[in-house]
Design a protein around this ligand. Structure first.
Ligand code: UML
Ligand code: ATP
Ligand SMILES: C[C@@H](N)C(=O)N[C@H](C)C(=O)O
Length: 441
C-alpha cells in the first residue's frame, strides 16, 4: 500500500500531524518494518505504550486515539478509536483495490479451504489470501490492508465466536462468493446449540453482493434450508474417493483425478468447496487439480511431520472440537502404520456441554486401533479416561495435567520407531504446539 499520512487522515476524517508515505501496516511494534503505520490497539495492554518502540523500528507514522496525548513531533493520525479506524481503512482498501472477494467461514476447515482456494485461484488470477488465520475484527481489516494494489482475487477467512460478528466482517469484505465449510461445535459455549451456530454462520450473507453466490455443504440441513435473495450452490457431491495413503488423498471429481497433499476425508470436502468456488470463477479443473497437488498449508492443520527418529507426527494442534476429533480419528484409522498413538488435549469453549462432549468421544477412541493413548487436561481425564480404563490396557493409557507438557514431551521422545504415527490434537489453549516443536528439535 502507498498512502500519504494526510490521505489516511482524509479517509478517516481525522486530524493528522507530520508528512510521510505509509507503505505497510502493523499493530505489534515488534513486527514493525520501515514505512509501516503502527496501529496502537487497546487490549489487556495498551498499544500506545509501544509508540516509541514502533518508531525506533521504522514506523513512518502512528495511528493513535485522542485519549492519549502525543508529542507534536511524531507523525500521527488521531482518531476516536483505533480498532474502528483500522476497520474503516480496511473497508476503503477493499473498495479501492476492488478484487473479486471469496469469503470463507465454517466451524472447521476455514484455513485449509482458504489455502486450497488461494492455490487454485493463483493458477489464473493475481490472488491474495488471509495470512495464517487472521480472521477476526483485527485480522480481517489487516488482511484487506496487506492486499497488494493489483490483487484480482481475495480469498479471505472470516471467524466468529459470538452472534453478530460475521455481520460486521461480511459488510467489511462484501463477498462475491461466500462459503460455509461446515457446522460443528466450535465455540458452542457461546451459542448453546448447533442451530444457533448455523444461524450465526449464515450472517456471512449479510454483506454478500446481490448477484453473489453462497456455497454450502449439500448434507447440512441446518444450512440447506436457507432462504436468501442471493443464489445458493451446494458442494460435496459427485466425487469418488480412490485412496488415502500416508501423505495424500486421491479422488475423482468430474472425471478429473485430484491428488491432494493432505490426509483426511474431511479435506476432500474442503477441497470440493474450494474447487466449486474455482468453477464459479471459471478455473479449469485440470489447473485446480495441479494446484492442489502441492499448496502452502498453514501449519498445524493435519500437518504431517517426520521426526529425526523417523516417527510421523500428525500435528493438528491449532484447535479442537468433537467433530474435528472424530474426523481425525477416522483418518488415523484409515492410514497404514506399524504402530499408532494418539495424544488428545482438552477441547475448550464447549461450555456446559464440555463434560458430555469429552465423554462422547471415548468409544470413538476405543474404536480406533491404537497402541497408546495420551490424555492431556482435566476434561478428558475426568470424562473419557474412566471408559478407556475399562476397555483398554491401562499400561498404555497415559494421563497428564495441562502443566505437565514437559513430562509428556519426555515420554513421547522415547515413543515409536520409523514409520509409526503419533496424532496430536487439542485446542490451541492447551499448547500442544510446544510438544510438536520439542519433538521436531
Ligand atoms: C489485541 C491485540 O492486538 N492482540 C494481539 C497481541 O496480543 P497481546 O496479548 O500481546 O496484546 P497486549 O494486550 O499485550 O498488547 C496490546 C497491544 O500492544 C501491542 N504491543 C504489545 C507489546 C509490544 O512490545 N509491542 C506492541 O506493539 C500488541 O500488538 C497489542 O496490539 O499480540 C499478539 C502477538 O502478536 C497477537 O497474537 C494478538 O492478536 C490477537 C489474538 C488477534 O486478534 N490477532 C488477529 C490478527 C487475528 O486474526 N488473530 C488470529 C485468530 C483469531 C481467532 O481466535 N479467531 C477465532 C474466531 C474469531 C473470534 C473473535 N473473538 C477462531 O478462528 O475460532 C490468531 O491469532 O490466530
Ligand atoms: N471439513 C472439516 N470437517 C471436520 N473437521 C475439519 C474439517 N476441516 C478441518 N477440520 C479439522 O479442523 C482442524 C483445523 O482446520 P482449519 O484450520 O482449516 O479450521 P479453521 O476453521 O480454519 O480453524 P482456525 O480458524 O482455528 O484455523 C483440522 O486440522 C481438522 O482437524
Ligand atoms: C484459537 C482459536 N482460533 C480457536 O479455535 N479456539 C478454540 C477454542 C480451540 O482452540 O479449539
Amino acid at each position: 500500500m502507498n498512502y500519504e499520512i494526510k490521505e489516511v487522515g482524509d479517509i478517516l476524517k481525522a486530524p493528522t500531524q507530520g508528512n510521510g508515505l505509509i507503505t505497510g501496516i502493523a499493530f505489534n511494534s515488534r513486527q514493525v518494518i520501515a514505512g509501516d503505520l503502527f496501529v496502537a490497539l487497546v487490549a489487556d495492554n495498551d498499544g500506545h505504550q509501544y509508540i516509541q518502540s514502533a518508531l525506533d523500528n521504522g514506523a513512518v507514522a502512528v495511528l493513535v486515539d485522542n485519549k492519549h496525548v502525543i508529542n507534536a513531533e511524531i507523525p500521527a493520525i488521531i482518531v476516536d478509536d483505533t480498532l474502528s479506524a483500522l476497520q474503516q481503512l480496511g473497508k476503503y482498501r477493499r473498495n479501492q483495490v476492488n478484487p473479486k472477494v471469496i469469503a470463507i467461514t465454517g466451524s472447521n476447515g476455514k484455513t485449509t479451504t482458504k489455502d486450497m482456494l488461494a492455490a487454485i485461484m493463483s493458477s489464473e488470477y493475481k490472488t491474495f489470501k488471509t495470512p495464517e488465520n487472521f480472521n477476526n475484527d483485527i485480522g480481517v481489516p489487516l488482511t484487506l490492508l496487506m492486499m497488494p494494489e493489483d490483487t484480482e482475487v481475495l480469498v479471505v477467512e472470516l471467524g466468529m465466536d459470538r452472534p453478530g460478528q460475521l455481520t460486521i466482517l461480511s459488510h467489511l469484505v462484501k463477498p462475491d462468493i461466500a462459503i460455509i465449510t461446515m457446522i460443528g461445535e466450535a465455540h458452542i459455549e457461546f451459542f448453546k446449540t448447533r442451530a444457533n451456530i448455523a444461524r450465526a454462520k449464515l450472517e456471512i450473507v449479510s454483506g454478500l453482493k446481490n448477484d453473489g453466490v453462497l456455497l454450502i455443504p449439500f448434507d447440512e440441513p441446518l444450512l440447506t434450508q436457507v432462504n436468501i435473495k442471493q443464489k445458493v450452490s451446494f458442494f460435496g457431491q459427485g466425487f469418488h474417493e480412490i485412496e488415502m495413503v500416508s501423505d495424500h488423498t486421491i479422488f475423482d471429481y468430474q472425471h478429473i483425478r485430484f491428488a491432494i497433499s493432505l490426509i483426511g476425508r474431511y479435506n476432500i470436502m474442503n477441497a470440493l468447496a474450494a474447487i466449486s468456488a474455482g468453477i464459479l470463477l471459471h478455473i479449469d479443473l485440470k489447473k485446480a487439480a495441479k494446484a492442489l497437488q502441492t499448496f502452502d498449508l498453514t501449519k498445524n492443520r493435519t500437518e504431517r511431520l517426520v521426526t529425526a527418529r523417523g516417527v510421523v507426527l500428525i500435528s493438528d494442534v491449532y484447535n479442537s472440537n468433537p467433530t474435528a476429533v472424530a474426523a481425525v480419528l477416522a483418518t488415523l484409522e484409515a492410514i497404514p502404520a506399524p504402530h499408532k498413538y494418539i495424544v488428545l488435549g482438552d477441547m475448550l469453549e464447549l461450555g456446559e456441554q464440555a463434560s458430555d462432549l469429552h465423554a462422547s468421544l471415548g468409544q470413538k477412541v476405543l474404536d480406533t486401533s491404537v497402541d497408546g493413548i495420551y490424555l492431556v487436561g482435566r476434561l478428558f481425564n475426568e470424562n473419557m479416561a474412566p471408559l478407556i480404563k475399562q476397555n483398554f490396557d491401562s499400561k498404555h493409557l497415559h494421563q497428564y495435567e495441562t502443566d505437565q507438557l514437559t513430562e509428556l514431551i519426555s515420554d513421547l521422545q522415547q515413543l515409536g520407531e520409523t514409520g509409526d504415527v503419533i496424532l496430536l490434537k487439542a485446542s490451541h489453549g492447551i499448547h500442544l504446539e510446544n510438544v510438536v516443536n520439542a519433538l521436531m528439535k
